[in-house]
Design a protein around this ligand. Structure first.
Ligand code: XUL
Ligand code: CO
Length: 441
């Protein structure tokens, strides 16, 4: 097993193994078997699970009503470089014990941002070098990197959409360093989540100008990374609101339109998050279908919201029906384009034991594994695909096919309507479709 530094942070917990669904061991996978082949690929290859550095190693359970409750040992050193190294040791111990292959980070998850840009750059270089060593030792890979251009007060009016050019330039400087760190750590992708790219009030906002700035900025970031040899994907992560009242990257459809408008469609794809989909009044399956329809289903942030409120609660996924529906789209799209499944999820504020974070990820990974197996069975053994195709069968031959092939004029439609007279209703069979999902779970 790979390596634990001098200090063991998660004492008494060993490697998490697959034991099958009849196991009573809470620290074992019941469904996630990395070696199991589903739809022609190992589960580990389908998913490329990743641990989110920010929630799992930086979050301490603070909320607007009180401070953190999770005072973990790696958070205690007061020197920022020592603290960052302790956090990296804990992170790589956890990721290795989980048997997960990937992690994801924001620049200042890795190390605390300093008071000056120059000092922050130095700190980042130090911790990137250290993490490179941890990666070499453990084999853990970087799914994607990103920059936190939303927490520091300088970004309160946005980063690339800030009305002050000097803030935009500062974001450019910061993102250059985050791209460099991602490349240095062999990151497979790079994510842009528009943290505060949006507005609080339209009275003081010029939407057109801000969108033009963001489009230009993203193109410049892409050109820089490509010039340095970065071959991975760039992902935009849609979210409709929070922290801003309105975020520009509202949902899949909005982002697809934006990417096409600004000539970014060949390099950028989407990183979709469950809780962001529900905030946009969509299902995750809807968001994924829209992205897949445009060849832009890049990566997923796994979590769930809460039926009783409208916040980004980032809970661990456990809704088997919701994830099964998502996995149907996932399999039909042929998987993700370059990305993986990153647990952008946090344990609750009153989950204060070291093993809670293991239970959380085990549950999430098992939910995806079970959903994948179920979705594959639905596709291969149930009448689902045939029923769906049958709804469109009138386009497979005759005049319907002529229409799809562009052989009909609008006047032809008129003539066909005339000839057909009144039509019989065709049922959508929604309840039957829903029953098939439940039956196979
Ligand atoms: C915020 C969110 C971010 C991004 C990365 O809602 O999802 O953590 O995933 O910046
Ligand atoms: Co996210």
């Amino acid at each position: 097993m790979a390596l634990i530094g001098d200090k063991e942070y998660f004492k008494g917990i060993g490697e998490i193994k697959f034991e099958g669904k009849d196991s009573d061991n809470p620290l074992a996978y019941k469904w996630y078997n990395p070696e199991q082949v589903v739809a022609g690929k190992k589960m580990s290859e389908h998913f490329k699970f990743a641990i989110a550095y920010w929630h799992t190693f930086c979050g301490q359970g603070a909320d607007p009503f009180g401070p953190g409750t999770q005072n973990f040992e790696w958070d205690r050193p007061s020197d920022p470089v020592e603290a960052a190294k302790a956090k990296a040791d804990a992170a790589f111990e956890f990721i290795t014990k989980m048997g997960v292959d990937y992690f994801c980070f924001h620049d200042f998850d890795l190390i605390q941002e300093a008071d000056t840009f120059v000092e922050s750059e130095k700190r980042l270089a130090t911790i990137v070098e250290y993490i490179k060593g941890k990666q070499a030792e453990s084999g853990v890979k970087l799914l994607w990197g990103t920059a936190n251009c939303f927490s520091n007060p300088r970004y309160m009016n946005g980063a690339s959409t800030n009305p002050d050019f000097n803030v935009l330039a500062r974001a450019g400087g910061q993102i250059k360093l985050a791209l460099d760190a991602t490349m240095e750590l062999n990151g497979e992708n790079y994510v842009f989540w528009g943290g505060r790219e949006g507005y609080m009030s339209l009275l003081n906002t010029d939407i057109k100008r801000e969108l033009d700035h963001m489009g230009k900025f993203l193109g410049m970031a892409r050109d820089y990374a490509r010039s340095q040899g970065f071959k991975g994907n760039f992902f935009i992560e849609p979210k409709p609101m929070e922290p801003m009242k309105h975020q520009y990257d509202f949902d899949s459809a909005t982002v697809v339109g934006f990417l096409n408008e600004y000539g970014l469609q060949d390099d950028f794809k989407l990183n979709l998050e469950f809780n962001h989909a529900t905030l946009a009044n969509h299902t995750m399956q809807h968001e994924m279908e829209v992205a897949a329809a445009h060849g832009m289903l890049g990566s997923l942030d796994a979590n769930r919201g809460d039926y009783q409120n409208g916040w980004d609660t980032d809970q661990f996924p456990n809704n088997i029906t919701e994830v099964t529906e998502a996995m149907l789209t996932f399999l039909k799209a042929g998987g993700l384009q370059g990305g993986g499944i990153n647990f952008d999820a946090k344990i609750r504020r009153n989950s204060t034991d070291l093993d809670d974070v293991f239970h959380a990820h085990i549950g999430g990974m098992d939910t995806f594994a079970r959903a994948l197996v179920t979705a594959d069975k639905i596709i291969t053994s149930s009448p689902y695909e045939e029923m769906r195709a049958k709804r469109y069968s009138s386009f497979d031959s005759g005049k319907g096919k002529d229409f799809e092939d562009g052989k009909l004029s609008f006047k032809d439609l008129y003539d066909i309507a005339h000839e057909n007279g009144e039509l019989e209703l065709q049922s959508g069979k929604q309840e039957l479709f829903e029953n098939i999902i439940s039956q196979y779970i």
